[in-house]
Design a protein. Structure first.
Length: 349
């Protein structure tokens, strides 16, 4: 259920409704919008906790009580009355009129590689810096990432460039170490339905970039986001990164239709990852421009100073020397959709 408070409702009236819901054993999630506060009241179907019959309609400050029609409640656009969630990552906005350019290597490989890439993307106007310390590899014999040492290098790159860090958490056992460095914790496509991991990230409150599973529907993606939101963490961005289809000419099929549809279904920011979808560098620019033009709230792309020598995902990583031009083009495409880069203005050196 969704309890829409009157514009004139006081904080005490909001608190009284929350108390009423919680006394019944249900979860209360207040969302304080610019005009009105909406309280999501979520009962536990299995334990037969219901918020109907609490008499919320008649309570002081309540305008109306309406059912939330989708199975995902807190992720649904219904709950924010069309207002979009804008995240603040170290002072940089993701969502709304801001376009996030998230860039960096696939994997942290060495100090030189990480620092060079960090400087390149910072100078080109990137919003956030990506880099994997724990890597989900198809083969157990492939390089699995530098782990703790990789995290240390990410911290160093952040200290020098000031760019907030996006890095993946694969295993709950590494959560403390990853949270020391991650401004945004990435949940990889293969972990989209790792529910204990999602709930733990939810409890941490840390902003999360949730990637769509390789064969997941948008409803499944939104239900996964719900696991994070339900624990009281509102800082979730959704990420389309390509899905499995019958097409074999490229690695995955980038589902750009997911962008407007997710934005219709949900208030959460939507990011696109063209690098992992394409698996090929030459496709990253056109897909990035398309993602920006179709209204994505940002893109996450891989960049490397020497992709031919990269340990992981070399063929798809943009070359550092091409990145400033890439950022300029993406900034222009984002402007078509009414957005501006949420970092420094990119300039060509
Ligand atoms: C990544 O971004 O490093 C990655 C492995 O992506 P995905 O989980 O989408 O495959
Ligand atoms: Mn990669």
């Amino acid at each position: 259920m969704m309890i829409v408070m009157k514009e004139t409702a006081t904080e005490e009236e909001v608190e009284a409704v929350i108390e009423n819901i919680e006394r019944a054993g249900a979860l209360a999630h207040p969302i304080r919008g610019a005009r009105v506060t909406v309280i999501g009241a979520i009962g536990d179907v299995e334990q037969d906790v219901s918020v109907e019959g609490l008499g919320l309609e008649g309570q002081a400050g309540v305008d109306r009580v309406v059912p939330i029609l989708k199975p995902y409640k807190l992720a649904s656009s219904q709950i924010t009355h069309g207002e979009r969630t804008v995240l603040d990552i170290g002072g940089r906005k993701v969502g709304g009129e801001s376009f996030a350019l998230i860039a960096g290597p696939c994997t942290v490989e060495s100090r030189d590689q990480m620092m060079q890439t960090a400087r390149t993307v910072r100078d080109a106007g990137a919003t956030l810096l990506r880099g994997g310390a724990y890597k989900p590899r198809t083969s157990p014999y492939a390089f699995q990432g530098l782990g703790q040492e990789g995290l240390r290098l990410l911290a160093e790159a952040k200290a020098e460039t000031g760019l907030p860090i996006v890095t993946e958490l694969m295993d709950i056992g590494d959560i403390d170490a990853v949270m020391e460095v991650a401004d945004v914790v990435q949940i990889g496509a293969r972990n989209m339905q790792n529910y204990p991991l999602l709930a733990e990230i939810g409890r941490s409150g840390r902003p999360a970039l949730l990637k769509r599973g390789l064969s997941s529907t948008l409803d499944e993606l939104l239900m996964a986001a719900e696991y994070i939101l339900k624990e009281g963490n509102p800082n979730v961005m959704l990420c389309e990164r390509g899905i499995r289809t019958f097409e074999t000419a490229y690695r995955f099929t980038l589902d750009l239709m997911a962008v407007p549809v997710l934005k219709e279904l949900s208030h959460l920011p939507v990011i696109v990852d063209p690098s992992h979808a394409a698996g090929r560098r030459d496709l990253v620019m056109p897909l990035s421009l398309a993602a920006a033009a179709v209204g994505a709230d940002g893109i996450i792309v891989e960049v490397h100073p020497n992709p031919d020598e990269a340990i992981c995902d070399g063929p798809q990583q943009l070359r550092s020397e091409d990145f400033a031009e890439f950022a300029l083009a993406v900034g222009r495409a984002a402007a078509l959709a009414g957005k501006a880069l949420a970092g420094r203005e990119p300039t060509l050196a």
